[in-house]
Design a protein around this ligand. Structure first.
Ligand SMILES: [Zn+2]
Length: 463
């Protein structure tokens, strides 16, 4: 018998089994939906939410003192026919999406929309406090399989040892086809971790402050050995580097100009077995709380937007790559003797000569006069050393993993292209060259091609 014939027989056998018994048993609750009281809830807000009367909740829940609700008390909501079981809240983690949650908890689009008051699946962003229902045969510990290009569902089911009809039902597929790269629950297996990720990827976490304008994201992924990771955020590719056989990290800046709202965060890659996967999840970018200011520039030629734009492109082209050799370990040193003397902070929204607020301050200005020493804050390679029209005398250092630093307006540059610098090395002197109102060091830090809050890099240790 050929392998294909064996698979076909297997498919017929499991199909027969599927007809004989339902794929999963719906637990019918006689007494109604169970709802845990949340902070801020009142009986009338709960009644309104589920469109039942306060009296019906009081009666079904056998409440003796309806005026004394405690957070965590379980209320019985009678007469709700669009969802059943016990409701609970979960802040949506990275690696979990609207689709993976509704598949995991066997919830319909209508229940998801009503439970979470959604008008679009995109509103279920990372961190959103999602209301979900359990006790419904959910697949919390189910393994996952990734659909390959051109792979029929019956073949995937045969490989994972599942009933293809159960696979269709569990994953709420409309037919015996699925999108390549889609991650399906396979009830026969066991694996922990977020349900939007394949079983070989165990966790995705963002360290620290998270998605905030102008700040550095640290994305940690734990996966099986041999997993290749990539991804995208705000148009920038994510560059992952190995911390160990099973742990990888990507550093990425959140642009200052990212408007507060939801944006797609994509994690993709190739598993050890060669299957490729892709997960796109909405995340919410929070405001960095930056202020505005107006600056006066006496030489109008330097305000030429074409010149600014061309120079900006020139600088960003130099800091777009991520070189694999990470050059720092632990804390960085100070780039300047007076880092507490700040003339202008990072992130300020600027107008020049009372024009429009269309510029951002992409670095931090340390005060002090011409000739003050500038120090390399961490080891790296000098990838640019020379004059620019707006930025004056500029040095740019590559520290590896997509992290670069820039030093503008110098009176003197004391390094050359290709130099290897060490922490604390004098690399130049403060000056007043370029588009500037007085001598200072303008210092920038770029991560994944995006300018970020430089003080973060002096105040914490990055992996
Ligand atoms: Zn500046």
């Amino acid at each position: 018998m050929t392998g294909r014939a064996v698979v076909a027989l297997l498919v017929v056998a499991v199909f027969a089994a599927a007809i004989a018994q339902p794929a999963y048993a719906q637990q019918q609750e006689e007494d109604g939906l169970r709802y845990p009281v949340q902070p801020g809830d009142t009986l009338s807000s709960i009644a309104l939410r589920f469109n039942v009367s306060i009296d019906e909740i009081v009666r079904a829940s056998s409440l003796t003192n309806p005026n004394n609700l405690n957070v965590g008390d379980i209320l019985i909501i009678p007469g709700v026919d669009w969802v059943e079981g016990t409701l609970f809240f979960q802040n949506v983690p990275l690696g979990e999406t609207y689709v993976s949650l509704k598949r995991r908890y066997l919830l319909s689009d209508a229940s998801m929309a009503l439970l979470n008051q959604l008008t679009s699946p995109n509103q279920l962003y990372y961190g959103f406090p999602a209301m979900l229902a359990s006790d419904r045969g959910e697949l919390a510990n189910s393994a996952r399989a990734v659909v390959s290009a051109g792979q029929p569902l019956w073949e995937l089911a045969a490989i994972s040892g599942d009933n293809p009809w159960a696979l269709m039902a569990y994953n709420q597929l409309l037919g015996a086809w699925a999108v390549p790269g889609d991650v399906l629950f396979t009830p026969a297996g066991q694996a922990a971790g977020p349900g939007g990720l394949p079983s070989g990827v165990h966790s995705v976490e963002v360290e620290g402050i998270g998605f905030v304008q102008g700040r550095t994201l640290v994305v940690n992924v734990v996966s099986d050995e041999g997993t290749q990771l990539g991804g995208e955020f705000f148009g920038a590719p994510l560059h992952f580097f190995a911390e160990s056989d099973t742990q990888q990290v990507a550093l990425q800046g959140v642009p200052l100009y990212a408007e507060t709202g939801t944006f797609d965060f994509t994690l993709s890659g190739t598993l050890a077995d060669g299957a490729s996967f892709s997960l796109t999840q909405p995340v919410r970018v929070a405001s960095g709380g930056y202020e505005s200011e107006t600056l006066t520039v006496n030489d109008p030629a330097l305000l030429n937007p074409e010149l600014s734009e061309r120079e900006m492109q020139q600088v960003y082209a130099m800091v777009a790559d991520a070189t694999p050799d990470k050059r720092w370990a632990g804390y960085w040193g100070a780039p300047h003797p007076y880092i507490n003397v700040i003339n202008s902070r990072f992130g300020i929204h600027r107008s020049y000569n009372n024009g429009e607020y269309e510029n951002y301050h992409y670095g931090i200005d340390f005060g002090g006069g011409v000739g003050i020493e500038i120090w390399a804050p961490a080891p790296g390679t000098v990838i640019f050393a020379g004059p620019l029209d707006v930025r004056g005398n500029v040095t740019i250092i590559d520290h590896g993993w997509g992290v670069y630093t820039g030093y503008f307006h110098q009176s003197q540059i004391l390094v050359e292209l290709g130099d290897q610098v060490q922490t604390g090395q004098v690399i130049g002197l403060v000056g007043a060259t370029g588009r500037i109102t007085g001598a200072h060091l303008h210092w920038e830090v770029w991560v994944g091609g995006v300018a970020v809050e430089p003080m973060d890099w002096l105040n914490r240790i990055y992996p």
